[in-house]
Write a protein that binds this ligand. Structure first.
Ligand code: HEM
Length: 228
C-alpha cells in the first residue's frame, strides 16, 4: 500500500473518530440541558399538590415575559432537534459499522435501556408532540382553559386513555434517562471503572425519581387524591 493511500485512510479514520467524539459531546451537552429541563419542569408540576392558586401562579410566572418564554421555547426546540438528529445519526453509524448483524446477539455489557435508546427516544419525541397539543395548545384536551393550568391538568388526566399514554411515555423516559445519564458521565470523561457502579446507581436514581414524580400526577388525579 502506498504512503498516500495509507495516509488518506488514516486521516479518514481520524476524521470519523473526531466527528463521532464531537457528536457524542453534543449529545451529552444537549442531554444535560434536556435532563435539567425535565427536572425543573417536574418540580414546577409537583405544585399541583399545593392547589390551584399555587400552580396557576407558577403558570402565570412562566408566561409573564414573552421574551423569556419564547427564548426558552426556541432553545428547547433547537436542543431537542440537535439531540434527536444526532441520536438518529449515531445509531445509524453504529448499525453501519457492522452491516452484517451478529448471528447470536449476547447482551454483554448492555442493558435493556441501552439497547432501546432509539425506541425510547422516539417515544419521548411523539409524547412531546402529544403533550404540547394536550396541555399547551389544548387541541386534544376535553375542556382546555387558557391560564387555568390546574384545571387543564386535572381535567386532562381524568381522561383514562390520556393518563395511560402519559404513564407509558414516562416509562420510556425513565428507560432513556437511565442509560442516557450514565452515558453522559462517560462522554464527559467522569466515568472511571472504580466509580462505575456508583455512577450507574446515580443514573438509575435520577431516572426513578423523575418517573415517580411525573407518574404520581396522573395517578393522583385518577385515584381522586387531588382535584376532587
Ligand atoms: C405528568 C407529567 C407532566 C405534566 C403534569 C406536565 C404539565 C405541563 C403543563 C401544564 C404544561 C403547560 C404549561 C403552561 O401552558 O403554562 C406543560 C408544557 C410543557 N411540557 Fe410538560 N408536563 C409533564 C411532563 C413533561 C415531560 C416528561 C416533558 C419532556 C420530556 C415535558 C415537556 C413540556 C414542554 C416542552 C412544554 C412546553 C413549554 C412551553 O413552551 O410552554 N412535560 N407541561
Amino acid at each position: 500500500m502506498s504512503a498516500t493511500v495509507a495516509d488518506a485512510k488514516s486521516s479518514r479514520l481520524t476524521n470519523l473518530t473526531a466527528t463521532t467524539i464531537g457528536q457524542k459531546a453534543t449529545m451529552a451537552v444537549t442531554g444535560i440541558v434536556l435532563t435539567g429541563f425535565v427536572v425543573i419542569h417536574m418540580l414546577g408540576n409537583l405544585q399541583v399538590y399545593l392547589g390551584p392558586t399555587k400552580l396557576n401562579a407558577y403558570g402565570e410566572l412562566l408566561q409573564s415575559s414573552a421574551l423569556v418564554l419564547w427564548g426558552a421555547r426556541i432553545t428547547l426546540l433547537l436542543t431537542v432537534g440537535a439531540h434527536a438528529i444526532l441520536g438518529l445519526r449515531l445509531s445509524r453509524m453504529s448499525g453501519a459499522a457492522r452491516p452484517t448483524p451478529y448471528k447470536m446477539k449476547t447482551a454483554v455489557n448492555s442493558t435493556l435501556a441501552s439497547r432501546t435508546m432509539l425506541y425510547s427516544g422516539l417515544l419521548i419525541f411523539f409524547f412531546i408532540v402529544y403533550h404540547l397539543l394536550h396541555l399547551t395548545v389544548g387541541t386534544v384536551h376535553p375542556s382546555f382553559a387558557h391560564k387555568d393550568v390546574y384545571h387543564n391538568v386535572i381535567a386532562g388526566f381524568r381522561v383514562v386513555p390520556a393518563s395511560i399514554a402519559y404513564l407509558i411515555a414516562m416509562l420510556g423516559l425513565g428507560l432513556h434517562l437511565n442509560h442516557g445519564v450514565w452515558s453522559l458521565f462517560s462522554s464527559l470523561g467522569v466515568s472511571h471503572p472504580r466509580y462505575s457502579n456508583a455512577l450507574r446507581r446515580v443514573a438509575s436514581l435520577v431516572a426513578t425519581l423523575l418517573v415517580l414524580g411525573n407518574v404520581s400526577i396522573p395517578l393522583a388525579v385518577l385515584t381522586g387524591l387531588i382535584g376532587k
